[in-house]
Ligand binder design. Structure first.
Ligand code: KIV
Length: 263
């Protein structure tokens, strides 16, 4: 695989080619993701759930994220590496800048943060200073206590309109990628077609520009597998085969299917 940059991903979107994204938390899985030809590796704060045993991403710290981001990057993967800014690591501009810089110095190529309009100035500030940003809208797990649980977002008209406006606002602020999590497929399709930047779906239906899954959900080893995930290991028999078959299913648009989507 050639080295993937944000320009590669924009070209894929322009060419109508869908690309796979997978979470990884260590160097072995980052290497396997690259061998499977997966363009983007996300060092997600989902590591709190699937690696550290927490019941949410809220307890994940910058120290956790730096440790796992450095592990993912140590092998010099050719995939683009996006690292999550964890809960409360971007509450103020100064804190955001310092923490985002640490993630890039650990080897990440881009940072991801959760939220809409209120983050627009932060996104612009980071991008102006050379730190690429991925937005994250819809079900933003760091706000689980505000939502009162892991619920589909954007089902009502005004909530959907708010997510659409937030997506445009983040793009105007300079975000290079956007994750949309657990939103109705019609809303995800609209946002993907209106935005020039690649939109990565998870529980967002088949019409986004890219798809992400949590590694442990794809392998069928998470304690609770969400409805929108598929166990690719069951069909493939080995881990590299599972990653390859996930990548192929995303590119061919056979995953996600109707049963993995919300309406
Ligand atoms: O932390 C994570 O793994 C994520 C994905 C679910 C998009 O943010």
């Amino acid at each position: 695989m050639k080295t993937i940059t944000i320009n590669t991903l924009i070209e894929l979107k322009r060419g109508g080619e869908k690309f796979p994204v997978i979470t990884a938390y260590d160097s072995t899985f980052a290497r396997l993701a690259e061998l499977a030809g997966i363009e983007v590796v996300l060092v997600g704060d989902s590591l709190g759930n699937v690696v550290l045993g927490y019941s949410s991403t809220v307890p994940v710290t910058m120290a956790d994220m730096l440790h796992h981001t450095a592990a993912v990057c140590r092998g010099g993967t050719k995939s683009l590496v996006v690292a999550d800014l964890p809960f409360m690591a971007y509450a103020t501009p100064e804190q955001t800048m310092a923490n985002a810089a640490l993630l890039l110095q650990a080897g990440a190529h881009m940072v991801k943060l959760e939220g809409g309009e209120w983050l627009a100035a932060t996104v612009a500030m980071l991008v102006e200073r050379g730190i690429p940003v991925c937005g994250h809208l819809g079900l933003t797990p760091q706000s689980v206590n505000k939502f009162g649980g892991y619920r589909i977002q954007g089902r009502g008209a005004s909530e959907a309109e708010q997510i659409l406006q937030d997506a445009h606002r983040l793009e105007r602020a300079g975000a290079g990628l956007l994750v949309l999590e657990c939103v109705p497929q019609q809303l995800a399709a609209r946002i993907s077609s209106e935005l020039a930047i690649p939109v990565i779906g998870i529980g967002a239906g088949p019409d986004t520009d890219a798809q992400v899954l949590v590694l442990h959900d794809l392998l069928g080893i998470s304690a609770r597998i969400p409805k929108f995930a598929r166990n690719f290991l069951a069909d493939s028999g080995d881990i590299l085969g599972a990653l390859r078959s996930y990548a192929q299913a995303v590119r061919e648009r056979s995953f996600p299917a109707a049963e993995h989507s919300f309406h």
